[in-house]
Unconditional design. Structure first.
Length: 329
């Protein structure tokens, strides 16, 4: 089976024990492993795929905890480098009464930002493998240069590259630095996932259809547009759109739901034997299956507390899909 390499941050999320409160009023937190690329790697492993984490993890107690979680969830850790440089990044996540989040980050000396291009060997990757990354670790650092190197490696071998900008503005010097960096990497990928909350910011275009059309630059063949409880759509470079209304659940915590969605999406592409040559063809043929699985993955993750470690198994997702009555568009 082909592998999905997920490159980027691993960190500790501190989730308030008390709900519906701003961070300044919270007196207790629960520790969970986090970081969007790690969440996606765990989701793919839970769905039966072979996921590999590319990152650097601190030799501290939080780093030990992260390694335990990653291993316990079936992710390949053979390419993770442990280091005495830096420390594990922390994120304090406030969840409001609707399950939506706000973040405070402590990552200036985070170990994952120190992964250098020389520490990731090109012979790790083979034709047909997938690469997935986000924008959090694209701030100016050795890790940004490592992303560039790995993306170039994947373009050379004919691997599929997936990008979820996953905008987190508090981590950037200013909003425009974040936007320009996303636009710099966008043309290098085959597939981009963008949420309704991010679309106008990234593109600078308010009208939805025009904004989505503007994302088809460079190598981009597929745009996956997520709309929270309203489901998601796939747009293809030939102008075809496929939509799925999603699943209605009682939201407990949206942390990791988007990562579960794209993890589910990529795991379906893996099962279908997708390559750079047949990517659009396979989506044309199996769009309903792909979107249903991805939306169910995100919905089930949002319905429970505990980020991606609470993500469902493939059997759980399939049972959930089979018991729902929906009017798919």
């Amino acid at each position: 089976m082909k592998k999905v390499f997920c490159i980027g941050e691993t960190l500790i999320d501190f989730i308030p024990v008390q709900k519906n409160k701003p961070l300044k009023e919270v007196s207790g937190f629960e520790r969970v492993a986090g970081g969007a690329p790690m969440n996606v790697a765990i989701a793919i492993a839970k769905y039966g795929g072979h996921s590999v984490m590319l990152t650097k993890v601190a030799n501290d107690h939080f780093g030990d905890f992260l390694m335990d979680v990653i291993k316990e969830n079936g992710v390949d850790t053979s390419s993770i480098i442990r280091t005495d440089e830096g420390e594990t990044g922390l994120a304090f996540v406030s969840v409001d009464k609707h399950g939506e989040r706000s973040f405070n980050f402590y990552r200036e000396n985070a170990a994952d930002l120190m992964l250098t291009p020389q520490e990731v060997k090109s012979d790790l990757f083979t034709t047909g493998d997938f690469l997935h990354f986000c924008s959090v670790d694209l701030i100016e650092s050795p890790m940004k240069q490592t992303h560039k190197k790995v993306v170039d490696d994947f373009r050379e071998i004919g691997g599929i590259i997936s990008f979820d900008p996953n905008v987190r503005l508090p981590l950037w010097p200013d909003a425009e630095s974040c936007r320009q960096t996303i636009l710099q990497f966008l043309p290098l990928v085959d597939l981009v996932k963008v949420s309704d909350e991010e679309l106008a910011f990234i593109t600078g275009i308010e009208e939805e259809k025009s904004a989505i059309a503007s994302l088809f630059v460079g190598n981009v063949k597929v745009v996956v547009y997520t709309k929270g409880s309203d489901g998601a759509s796939i747009y293809l470079e030939d102008g075809v759109e496929y939509e799925d209304e999603g699943f209605k659940v009682t939201v407990a915590d949206t942390t990791g739901a988007g990562d579960a969605f794209i993890g589910g999406f990529l795991s379906e592409l893996l099962l279908l034997g997708v390559t750079t040559e047949n990517l659009c063809e396979k989506i044309h043929e199996y769009h309903q299956q792909i979107l249903a699985f991805a939306n169910a993955s995100g919905a089930l993750t949002a319905s429970v507390k505990g980020a991606i470690q609470a993500a469902p198994s493939r059997r759980h997702v399939m049972n959930f899909i089979n018991t729902q009555v929906r009017n798919n568009k």
